[in-house]
Design a protein around this ligand. Structure first.
Ligand code: GAL
Length: 660
């Protein structure tokens, strides 16, 4: 049987790390284009993403097309050896659309219309919007599908909208009919016996709009699933249009990091290239770890090389206070992405705007221009990426530890009526990843239903709701010899958000050696649960263990005195609290060692991150003082072209890429 070959990132990179960014030439007089090209070439830019926000320019009036400028731009890029990632401009419809067709505008939960004047003011459910989006995509595909500058399609931009409008409600009902088949099934799944919510007619069902008191959590959960699915429908419609015209050109749509609104596992299956936008705060002491988390997740979604679609060369302008990147940090974080599997290092945006909402957001060419430090650093990095490209691109390395993450569990757990609003799913996920990152253990991410057999250790920071298939998967994983470590609030509910009798799925309780889970004891902010040799945060539990389970750490003092804080039954570990960062790091590092997983390198200084990609060893120094790193043996540093024997010194924000 012939296996369909899907295009992938390698078709766009052709052995070169893609380097460049969003380019918005329509914001500039055409006379500046040659200057852009000169600076791009000097900086080693080989890829630009064009057209992301060009809809009003491309379709100035309904059905009209103005492609002349884009024709000239595409030719100019091609003549200069710069590939174009061409976007469908559908994330920011022109003003005429909302004006003529108010039904294309999304409506908030409390009934307010989101108008044009910003961006992303489209209703994913609007048939009119979808019709216009399809038409412009068709025309772009027809016109540029054969253009030699085209390397990839970029659909829309950071799909992230919600819509509670009437049209969305109609689609929601259709979606629910497909999911449940009957109102009886829906009433059962939503538990509508509670508070007199039983539905007798599909027409009574709405998107979960502003209500007097807490909303039905299962309805809200389904609305989140529905929203992700509607956005996906929009993506798929445009993807299929460009795919029909250019079956061999890869298609992507850029994710936001750990964005709540899209089930990115599901989405990634539909993308030829998985891409992400990544903006850690340069002032955040954990910025590098936050970046690593997103990079690990994106690589895992891509199951191979991925694209850093956007990052900032300097400050962003959407935080309360926006700091520039100190000298060397842009290079360090860019190479960190490459270490963790990126084959494309791109920015928002090429040239810093002079007008509009993002004029204080950095560009590769900042307001300071060619002489500015930002451009000078961008240029140096371009040269370095070009030098290592051939040895890096296409290489993929899987790791021994998987962190499980699932959007549906996140959505289900994040409900109004939960026991503690101090427990925030992304924060818990970050805490666990941080513990592993600080222990110099590189991790993949996986979905709870993925095949986990390749991993020696699987950690579950928190999966409040699990499907039966996921539970079977976890049980099978441990049965086959895997080591599983789970945090609290895991396996509490089924996929409709029905709490399991006993407060946790019985098979999981058995797996971890929990005989009775009497009560959850959430902790206030700043409150700690004293345990044998650490302090627990956020949560604690009143648990009786089963006889064959071992208490690895117990609560000390207070109501829970002597009860298990960390419980183990065989290779299954359960943490009923979140140990403080250092303690969680030690615990997980110890469990990893027990399962035969070693840090990437022994004796690494705290601020040095080591990551393997293929046979390359990346060393990334996140500190400002020089450090010496021991690397037994003789290596070749691709960045300096020199030999390294047994040790090397990394200067402030220094990087080495070592080949044996
Ligand atoms: C991204 C977006 C870009 C730009 C950037 C600024 O979310 O895709 O268009 O707004 O942020 O950081």
């Amino acid at each position: 049987m012939a296996v369909e070959r899907r295009p992938h990132l390698g078709d766009a990179t052709r052995g070169r790390i893609l380097y460049g960014g969003d380019y918005n030439p329509e914001q500039w007089p055409e006379e500046t284009w040659p200057e852009d090209v000169r600076l791009m070439r000097a900086a080693g830019v080989n890829s630009v993403t064009v057209g992301v926000f060009s809809w009003a320019r491309l379709e100035p009036r309904p059905g009209e097309r103005d492609f002349g400028w884009l024709d000239r731009l595409m030719d100019l890029m091609h003549d200069n050896g710069i590939g174009v990632v061409l976007a469908t401009p559908t994330s920011s419809p022109p003003p005429w659309m909302g004006h003529l067709h108010p039904d294309t505008l999304p409506v908030t939960e409390d009934g307010r219309t989101e108008y044009w004047g910003g961006r992303q003011h489209f209703s994913h459910s609007s048939a009119t919007y979808r019709r216009y989006a399809a038409a412009i995509s068709e025309d772009l595909a027809a016109r540029y599908g054969g253009h030699p500058a085209l390397t990839m399609w970029h659909i829309n931009n950071e799909y992230c909208t919600y819509d509670w409008s009437d049209e969305a409600a109609a689609r929601f009902r259709t979606w629910l009919r497909q999911r449940y088949g009957s109102l009886d099934a829906l009433n059962s799944a939503w538990g509508t016996a509670f508070w007199s919510q039983g539905y007798g007619d599909w027409a009574e069902i709405h998107t979960p709009r502003h209500a007097h008191y807490m909303k039905n959590p299962s309805q809200v959960l389904d609305f989140k699933r529905f929203t992700s699915d509607m956005l996906l429908e929009c993506y798929l419609a445009e993807r299929d249009i460009v795919r029909r015209a250019t079956p061999n050109t890869p298609v992507t749509s850029n994710f936001m990091p750990l964005w709540v609104g899209q089930d990115a596992w599901r989405w990634a299956e539909e993308e030829d290239v998985v891409s992400v936008d990544l903006y850690p705060d340069p002032r955040d002491p954990l910025g590098a770890q936050q970046g690593a988390l997103v990079q690990d997740m994106t690589r895992s979604q891509a199951r191979g090389p991925w694209m850093l679609m956007e990052q900032a060369a300097g400050p962003v302008n959407w935080r309360g206070v926006n700091h520039p990147k100190p000298r060397g940090l842009n290079r360090l974080w860019s190479l960190q992405a490459v270490a963790r599997g990126a084959d494309a290092v791109c920015y928002f945006q090429w040239r810093q705007s002079r007008q509009g909402a993002e004029k204080f957001h950095s560009g590769m060419v900042s307001h300071a221009g060619e002489e500015g430090r930002t451009y000078q650093e961008v240029k140096q990095l371009g040269a370095e990426l070009a030098a290592i490209s051939a040895q890096v691109t296409g290489r993929h390395t899987g790791h021994d530890i998987a962190v499980l993450h699932d959007w549906h569990a996140w959505w289900a757990g994040a409900q109004d009526g939960r026991l503690s609003h101090e427990v925030d799913y992304p924060d818990v996920l970050k805490a666990w990843h941080r513990a592993l990152w600080e222990a110099h253990l590189t991790t993949d991410f996986a979905h709870p239903e993925h095949d986990l057999t390749a991993y020696k250790v699987v950690v579950v920071p928190q999966l409040y709701a699990l499907t039966d298939a996921a539970i079977d998967n976890l049980l099978g994983y441990v049965r086959q010899g895997g080591t599983l470590v789970s945090g609290f609030l895991t396996g509490v509910a089924d996929e409709d958000d029905r709490v399991h009798p006993g407060g946790m799925d019985a098979r999981l309780r058995d797996l971890f050696g929990i005989r009775t889970l009497h009560e959850w004891w959430p902790l206030d902010a700043g409150e700690y649960a004293e345990c044998d040799d650490f302090r627990g945060t956020l949560w604690s539990e009143e648990i009786d263990k089963s006889e064959d389970a071992t208490t690895e750490a117990s609560y000390k003092g207070g109501e829970l005195d002597g009860l298990p804080a960390v419980l183990r039954r065989g290779r299954a570990w359960y943490l009923s609290t979140l140990p403080e960062p250092g303690a969680l790091r030690e615990l997980l590092a110890g469990i990893a060692t027990g399962a035969g997983v070693r840090p990437v390198l022994d004796g690494l200084p705290d601020q040095v991150e080591a990551v393997r990609r293929g046979d390359l060893l990346f060393l990334l120094h996140h500190g400002r003082e020089p450090v010496t790193v021991r690397v037994p043996g003789t290596h070749h540093d691709l960045l300096t072209g020199t030999a390294v024997t047994n040790q090397l010194t990394l200067e402030r924000y220094g990087v080495a890429v070592l080949r044996p």
